[in-house]
Design a protein around this ligand. Structure first.
Ligand code: GTP
Ligand code: MG
Length: 204
C-alpha cells in the first residue's frame, strides 16, 4: 500500500522481486545498488541470509526524483524463493504496489518457475489482490548461460509457460551482467505509478 503524503508532495511505494529460489532476485538488487548510485537513498540491507540464500528479505530504498511535482520514493524488496519460506514470502508481499517476477531461464528450473508464479497468485489472493490486475513484469533471467553451453529455455517457451494468460511485459536479461535489469524495473515503476494515479483519483 503506497503512502501518499500530500503535504510533502511525496509518494512512497513498494516493489517486490518475487520468484523461485536461486533465480537471481538478490543479484538484481545488488546490481541496482551498484549501478543506480544516484537514485539509491540508503544502504542495501539483507536480513538473515545463509550463504547467498535469502532467508528473510533484502531491502533497498530508492528515490526516483519528481514526477508532476511529486517526489517518488520506492522501496525494493526480495522474497526468499525457497519453497519452505512460504509464510515469509507472504509477509514480505504485504502492502505491495508492483512486482518484478524473476524467472530462471535454466531448463531444469521450468517447474519451479511455474510453481512460484502460482504461489505468488495464491499469496496475492490472500491480501485480496489479483495477479491479473496488479502492476507486474516478468524478467527472464540468466540468459547469459547460453554462451556457456548450459541448456536454457527459449523466450517463447518461458512466455508460453508464464505469460500466456497474464500477457504482461517480459524482459530477457542477466542479473549477473546487468542486462535487462533497469528496463524491467522502469517498466514496473511505470505500471505501478499509473495504477497509483488511478487510486489517488478514486480517493479525491
Ligand atoms: N549466470 C548467471 N547467474 C546468475 C544470474 N543471476 C543470478 N545468478 C546466480 O544464481 C545464484 C542465485 O542468485 P540469487 O540472486 O542469490 O538468487 P535468489 O533468487 O535471491 O535466491 P533465494 O534468495 O534463494 O530466493 C547466485 O550464485 C548468482 O550469482 C544471471 O543472470 N546469470
Ligand atoms: Mg535472495
Amino acid at each position: 500500500m503506497a503512502i501518499f503524503n500530500l503535504k510533502k508532495r511525496e509518494i512512497e511505494c513498494k516493489v517486490v522481486y518475487y520468484g523461485p529460489g536461486r533465480g537471481g532476485k538478490t543479484t538484481n538488487l545488488e546490481y541496482i545498488f551498484k549501478t543506480f548510485r544516484k537514485q539509491i537513498t540508503g544502504e542495501m540491507v539483507s536480513i538473515n541470509t545463509e550463504g547467498d540464500r535469502t532467508l528473510f528479505f533484502d531491502f533497498l530504498p530508492m528515490g526516483l526524483g519528481k514526477i508532476k511535482g511529486c517526489e517518488i520514493k520506492v522501496q525494493l524488496y526480495t522474497v526468499p524463493g525457497q519453497v519452505q519460506y512460504s509464510s515469509t514470502r507472504k509477509l514480505v508481499l504485504r502492502g505491495v504496489d508492483g512486482i518484478v517476477f524473476v524467472a530462471d531461464s535454466l531448463a531444469v528450473r521450468r517447474d519451479k518457475n511455474m510453481l512460484s508464479l502460482k504461489d505468488l497468485q495464491a499469496n496475492l489472493k490472500e491480501y485480496g489482490l489479483n495477479i491479473f490486475k496488479i502492476p507486474l513484469v516478468l524478467q527472464y533471467n540468466k540468459r547469459d548461460l547460453e554462451e556457456q553451453g548450459i541448456p536454457i529455455m527459449s523466450v517463447e517457451q518461458l512466455d508460453h509457460d508464464l505469460n500466456r494468460q497474464l500477457k504482461v511485459p517480459s524482459f530477457p536479461g542477466s542479473a549477473l551482467k546487468g542486462d535487462g535489469i533497469g528496463v524491467a524495473l522502469k517498466e514496473c515503476m511505470k505500471l505501478t505509478l499509473k495504477s497509483l494515479q488511478k487510486e489517488l483519483k478514486w480517493a479525491q
